[in-house]
Design a protein around this ligand. Structure first.
Ligand SMILES: Cc1ncc(COP(=O)(O)O)c(C=O)c1O
Length: 408
């Protein structure tokens, strides 16, 4: 790092000229990880409060997961879905057990898991009420992926505008607008899709009473409820699914991110009629549910269980969010809101300073995520300690104190 200019100039940033410029990347090249820490090409250590955007839930390179992947890689890496693969049903049963679901479809990403959910909902709706029953209600501020169907479900124009025309069949409602939701659900509706906590738009927690009301409206209208738990699932909020905290069960639940600790995997779980909707020929994926990803996912579930990571997420997350609330109380002119559940948290600033604070923390060896200009998002591994949480609160506090002093 070139401290004189204050700029991050890691000596060995790779030449990216032959990689499509789809990402705004921070000026650090990460080469190694262990637990809550990662290291850059210069050997500099970072405390990782982003965990690959909620992917490394059990921490980087957890030995049990590494061992499972290594053993599986030496045994059988891939087999097509034209054959049985004993790891798939084992994983499906365990995930269904954690979520009260009945069947799983394995994909490779969150968007693909949601594509599967959308296809189930459309086929289910048409079989139930005829060809017009194909509409899906989603919520403003949501994020469901980047494929054409999931970017259409993502009710944020900035992700959609360059890619029109978009597929039809999606209508949007504001979170909390009961009247609009009631009006939007009709004979043509096959499903409602939502994240119980909207992650990409800045960790906006959907009130449990609204989740319960959506469930009631879906039951009344005989419409499927799809919970996108790609980011909020796998124990991050202190329960396996964030929707379980509200005591609400979806008909379809999608998972991805930390399911297989960084091996690409998305899962679409379903129950009841929805679980029986897709038949051979309807849907598929070459890589979906291949042995290597399944082995990683099974090992990930082992770690969540044996290391009581949900309890730990609840305890560490509680201390962390209390610390963030303390910052809001101390610096009310700078911090507008602290929010979150478990280890899915955010700090919203009154001014557009999030990107600068993110860079300042990076320089100090802490990785956090700026969502837009004014929100910092935190998604550390569930193995994070309360001490590490307080270290991050302290580092932000130091930065806020400097900002407050500059304003005095
Ligand atoms: C809630 C939610 N759904 C879907 C996705 C898309 O997942 P992927 O990037 O694996 O396609 C994301 C990614 O951030 C997400 O947060």
């Amino acid at each position: 790092m070139d401290t004189a200019s204050g700029a991050m100039t890691q000596t060995q940033l790779p030449d990216m000229s032959s990689v499509m410029g789809t990402y705004g990347r921070l000026p650090v090249s990460l080469v190694r990880g262990s637990g809550t820490r990662v290291w850059d090409g210069d050997g500099r250590e970072y405390l990782d409060f982003l965990a690959g955007i909620a992917v490394c839930g059990v921490g980087h390179c957890h030995p049990h997961v590494v061992d499972a992947i290594s053993r599986q890689a030496a045994t059988l890496m891939h087999v097509s879905n034209l054959f049985h693969n004993p790891l798939q049903p084992e994983l499906a049963k365990r995930l269904c057990g954690w979520t009260d679901m009945e069947r799983a479809f394995f994909a490779n990403s969150g968007a693909e898991a949601n594509e599967c959910a959308i296809k189930i909902a459309r086929k289910w709706g048409k079989a139930r009420r005829g060809p017009e029953c194909h509409q899906i209600v989603s919520f403003t501020g949501s994020f469901h992926g980047r494929t054409l169907a999931t970017v259409t479900a993502t009710a944020q124009p900035r992700y959609q505008a360059p890619f029109t025309p978009l597929p039809g069949g999606f209508v949007y409602v504001d979170v909390g607008d009961v009247e609009a939701l009631d009006e939007a659900i009709g004979e043509e509706t096959c499903a409602v899709i939502l994240e119980p906590i909207q992650g990409e738009s800045g960790v906006h927690v959907v009130p449990p009473e609204f989740l319960r009301l959506i469930r009631a409206l879906c039951d009344e209208a005989e419409v499927l409820l799809i919970f996108d738990e790609v980011q909020s699932g796998m124990g991050r909020t202190g329960s396996f699914l964030a929707s379980q905290r509200a005591g609400v069960q979806g008909d379809i639940v999608t998972l991805a991110k930390s399911v297989a600790s960084g091996m690409p995997m998305g899962v679409c779980l379903s129950r009841g009629d929805a679980a029986e909707t897709l038949v051979p020929g309807d849907h598929g994926s070459t890589f979906g549910g291949q042995p290597l990803a399944c082995a990683a996912a099974l090992a990930t579930l082992d770690v969540i269980e044996t290391e009581s990571l949900m309890e730990r997420a609840q305890a560490a997350g509680g201390a962390f969010i209390a610390g963030l609330e303390g910052l809001r109380a101390t610096y009310p002119e700078i911090v507008a809101e602290a929010r979150g559940v478990g280890l899915m948290a955010a700090l919203e600033f009154a001014a557009p300073c999030a990107r600068q604070v993110q860079l300042d923390l990076l320089r100090g060896g802490i990785i956090v995520n700026a969502v837009g200009d004014s929100i910092l998002r935190f998604l550390p591994p569930l193995t994070v300690t309360e001490e590490e949480c307080l270290q991050v609160v302290g580092a932000i506090s130091d930065r806020l104190e400097e900002m407050a002093a500059a304003n005095r």
